[in-house]
Design a binder for this molecule. Structure first.
Ligand SMILES: Nc1ncnc2c1ncn2[C@@H]1O[C@H](COP(=O)(O)OP(=O)(O)OP(=O)(O)O)[C@@H](O)[C@H]1O
Length: 170
């Protein structure tokens, strides 16, 4: 079986409902390893790029507000981002995550257990899980810099950056 990696996001509803621990416990059943992890305040640009395949959907703007936590506000307006790696990672993790629509998701999956269908917005399904290895590569490169991942999973190159402004500890 192929070693694959994928992007998992604990979405703002997962954070607001204090589900991070439960979600990580369920994901650990896969025996995959975490090779990248961080908390992110999602910019509009990042949200748009992540969901570019849905830009023609009527719910696109609600979807951007949802992933950005705009509907919950501070301190829930953030996501936890993880890169997992392991054998057949994408299909095994998607099984644990469950179907996009929480009502159709296996009831012991993460989305089946914790997701909900809202009457006026998008499905609140607590996590994002990459749909296939090429989409995973696109998403991981969007969310993570090479140095934020403890293994070299995709080719990298060195570039010289001049006059770069950086924030460091004072
Ligand atoms: N028909 C729909 N009605 C309401 N919300 C939807 C619908 N389809 C998708 N969504 C919302 O848009 C998100 C992205 O949809 P996508 O088709 O990429 O599914 P997914 O890959 O299972 O979900 P995600 O990308 O969040 O893991 C879903 O997680 C859900 O929040």
């Amino acid at each position: 079986m192929e070693i694959e990696q994928l992007l998992i996001l604990v979405k703002p509803d997962g954070i607001k409902k204090s589900l991070t621990g439960n979600i990580l416990t369920k994901l650990s059943e896969s025996r995959m390893v975490i090779i990248g992890a961080k908390i992110v305040k999602v910019s509009r640009d990042l949200a748009e790029a992540h969901y570019c395949h849905l830009k023609d959907k009527l719910f696109f703007n609600e979807l951007l507000d949802y992933i950005r936590g705009k509907i919950y506000g501070e301190p829930w307006d953030r996501v936890l981002a993880f890169v997992y790696q392991g054998e057949d990672a994408v299909s095994r993790m998607r099984k644990i995550a469950g179907a996009t629509n929480p009502e159709e998701a296996d009831h012991v999956s993460i989305r089946g257990s914790y997701g909900r269908i809202t009457t006026k917005g998008v499905y609140e399904n607590v996590i994002h899980c990459s749909s296939d290895p090429s989409e995973a590569a696109r998403e991981i490169k969007l969310w993570f810099k090479p140095e934020e991942i403890v293994k070299e999973i995709y080719p990298v190159k060195k570039i010289v950056v001049e006059k770069e402004e950086k924030i460091v500890w004072a």
